[in-house]
Design a protein around this ligand. Structure first.
Ligand SMILES: C[S@@+](CC[C@H](N)C(=O)[O-])C[C@H]1O[C@@H](n2cnc3c(N)ncnc32)[C@H](O)[C@@H]1O
Ligand code: SF4
Length: 367
């Protein structure tokens, strides 16, 4: 059975104005103890066979070269050498990705980088609360190429407050000149608790849709494969780790807030960094939530994840049984289409995917 390994690094130099991920600024003094805790947690999953590795955050590129080596060693001692993974991604922010760190990452065996740019426009970067400039991104990107990374993803955000269609497309075309193998383009979500939410910022949904539609058109013209709602890849560079997740595959998550899905049980570690460290030091489990997915909930989850992929899903008889009526309704309204044995999001459905997905989460209508 294929399994992915995710390691969470919950530290950031500054918290961005839109971000509600489990990451914290000003907590770097816990980093050493956090890594020691990761080393202990990894032992409890020792020797499980894993094929893809994703080190995400937060900002993993805050780690020093020595800490990158330490992390790679944790992986090697408990699973396999990073170099043997089919795909091993390290998430990096432009301001902290130095040549020395890039060298350590390559030496450890990482073969994919995911870089957060968000925008090439300086004003938009400030609005987002990013701590880097566009120039810092370009320098880090070129350094990554020079260090030998031939598989790079770059994240962009569409719908930044104050952003026009022109400035968004200018970021996108600027980025395309660099020819990254993979792009993730996210429509801005205003998440409760973030500074954007507190300021009452509202997204212009129509403008954002135009941006995302033009992203699809431009990137597909340029030979990128639009394979998941927010993800585009040059053929053969589709992310293996993430695709496995959309295929409802199993994964092990290490670190604070990390989620796991193993033998039908979904679980999540405590998101609090000190609580995580203390639990591990006391020999207790870091898991604070777990549930066994069964029956309709399990099939609904699998449908919701699978439909994120643009080539859709082949419905199982159980899915037909529980969700046939809802699927028919979305086919009638044009948000889903049938193609051969598969059902997939239509072009319209791509931008209204949540309308479709809410049919597959509890509470369900009576069958
Ligand atoms: C897990 S985050 C961390 C990546 C990395 N720390 C960085 O900031 O570059 C991955 C990506 O999610 C996207 N993202 C985070 N919060 C978002 C939001 N509220 N709306 C849209 N995209 C968001 C950003 O593009 C970000 O690069
Ligand atoms: S977007 Fe990235 S850098 Fe910004 S707070 Fe979230 S995880 Fe940290």
């Amino acid at each position: 059975m294929k399994t992915g390994l995710y390691i969470h690094i919950p530290f950031c130099k500054q918290k961005c104005n839109y971000c509600d991920f489990a990451s914290f600024a000003g907590r770097e003094s816990f980093l050493e103890n956090y890594l020691q805790a990761l080393a202990k947690e990894a032992v409890s999953h020792k020797n499980r066979s894993v094929q893809t590795l994703y080190v995400g955050g937060g900002t993993p590129s805050l780690l020093s070269e020595r800490q990158i080596d330490f992390l790679a060693d944790i992986v090697k001692r408990n699973f396999d050498s990073v170099i043997n993974f089919a795909e091993s991604t390290f998430e990096a922010n432009p301001e902290s990705l130095t040549e020395d760190k890039l060298r350590s990452l390559r030496q450890a065996g990482f073969n994919r980088l995911s870089m957060g740019l968000q925008s090439f426009n300086e004003q938009e970067l400030k609005t987002l609360g990013r701590v880097h400039t566009a120039q810092q991104f370009s320098t880090a990107y070129q350094a990554a190429r020079k260090a030998g990374f031939t598989n790079i993803n770059v994240d962009l955000i569409a719908g930044v407050p104050g952003q026009t269609l022109e400035s968004f497309l200018s970021s996108l075309t600027h980025l395309l000149r660099l020819q990254p193998e993979h792009l993730s383009v996210y429509g801005l979500q205003i998440e409760p608790g973030t500074p954007f939410f507190e300021r009452g910022i509202v997204c212009d949904q129509l403008l954002m849709r135009q941006m995302l539609e033009q992203t699809h058109d431009l990137l597909t013209q340029q030979g990128y494969h639009h394979y998941e709602i927010s993800n585009f890849a040059k053929p053969g560079y589709e992310a293996l780790h993430n695709t496995h997740y959309w295929d409802n595959g199993s994964y092990i998550g290490l670190g604070s807030a990390a989620a796991s899905y193993w033998q039908g049980v979904r679980s999540q570690n405590t998101a609090d960094i000190t609580d995580y460290i203390q639990r591990i030091e006391r020999g207790e489990t870091p898991v604070v939530f777990s549930e066994q997915l069964t029956g309709q909930a399990k099939e609904g989850e699998s449908l919701m994840l699978g439909l994120r992929k643009l080539d859709g899903v082949e419905l199982t008889p159980r899915q037909e049984h529980w969700f046939g009526r809802e699927i028919e309704r979305h086919l009638q309204s044009g948000l889903l289409v049938r193609e051969g044995k598969k059902v997939k999001l239509s072009r319209e459905g791509l931008f209204l995917a949540n309308e479709v997905f809410c049919s597959f989460v509890a509470p369900f209508d009576e069958v």
